[in-house]
Design a protein around this ligand. Sequence first.
Ligand SMILES: [Zn+2]
Length: 99
Amino acid sequence: MIKSCEICGHDFVARRSTAKYCSNRCRLMAQRGVAYTGDLKAPDVRPRLSHDEIMAIITQAHMAASDLSRAAALVPAPLSGALVEAARKIEDAMKAEGL
Ligand SMILES: [Zn+2]
């Protein structure tokens, strides 16, 4: 999931739902009593996501579509139809963008 670092404010891919910081550097700053600094800095125009993290996000989008399809088989209409349609739209959008 994407979360916002509690120290620097940058979005990051959290591997655990309890993650609060984007990096060891920010975790250390928090341990040393540094409060949120995100608003004090100029906005960073470069995204702080690595190539691997972006690939993981793309994989998660495909997994979400797959999960929606599987969930559709377990619920009655009209929800099942809506889930199938949502899954199809996600996959079509990913395909259309070459993902
Ligand atoms: Zn941070």
